[in-house]
Design a protein around this ligand. Structure first.
Ligand SMILES: C[S@@+](CC[C@H](N)C(=O)[O-])C[C@H]1O[C@@H](n2cnc3c(N)ncnc32)[C@H](O)[C@@H]1O
Length: 201
């Protein structure tokens, strides 16, 4: 399995990344009443910047990621091990059907087959499970101009249709932040971050 994040893992937890994940978690908390008995599953958890903010609010978080290097940083962090499970690989590696809450921040645009992944999320979730995905809206390819990427952001209407087809009713889809990035010297581009929240039918 290619680890495209191997060279970024060691210095991933910079203030800008922490800030980005706080905005995602704030949007989550504004929209979802998280229950303490929930078992949560984070898609593309990376070094755990998001999941570690959620872990004390739920029973357990399963941190899933394809990057061994990113997960290695997470493994080194002090945490309550009873509340944490780490899965290395794509979502398909997790096969129990016991998840109440799925969340994912800025990882979906790295996932090659969204339809197949959503169908798998349906298989591992309990009825009425909540899924919250944060990512960027359709962009011109400049956000990741330095590397090939499966998705240049998402059209949220198309993504909502994919959720619906996989068995999830979309509850809301909203912009929660705008990232300003200088990808070309002197040229600033706005990338809108959306959060889509759905409930398993
Ligand atoms: C932009 S980082 C976001 C990490 C973390 N969610 C955060 O907000 O700090 C994207 C993450 O998605 C992971 N990733 C890439 N392809 C993936 C896949 N097919 N399935 C799951 N995770 C994947 C990467 O290894 C990386 O950790």
């Amino acid at each position: 399995m290619n680890d495209n994040f191997a060279h970024r893992a060691a210095d991933w937890d910079q203030p800008s990344k922490v800030e980005m994940t706080k905005k995602f978690v704030n949007a989550l908390l504004n929209n979802i009443e998280i229950k303490s008995h929930w078992k949560a599953f984070e898609v593309g958890a990376g070094t755990g910047l998001v999941g570690m903010q959620i872990a004390d609010k739920v029973d357990k978080v399963v941190f899933e990621d394809t990057s061994e290097a990113m997960l290695e940083v997470l493994k080194q962090k002090p945490k309550d091990e009873k509340k944490v499970e780490i899965v290395h690989g794509e979502v398909f590696e997790y096969v129990n059907q016991d998840i109440d809450f799925v969340f994912s921040c800025m990882a979906f645009h790295h996932i090659p087959d969204i339809e197949k992944s959503l169908k798998h999320l349906y298989q591992i979730t309990n009825p009425e499970a909540i899924v919250a995905v944060g990512d960027i809206r359709t962009e011109d390819g400049s956000f990741h101009s330095f590397e090939p990427i499966p998705h240049k952001g998402f059209d949220t209407e198309e993504l909502a249709a994919q959720f619906d087809a996989a068995g999830f009713k979309v509850l809301t889809s909203q912009t929660y932040n705008v990232l300003k990035r200088e990808r070309t010297p002197g040229v600033y581009t706005d990338y809108e971050q959306f959060m889509l929240i759905a409930k398993r039918k």
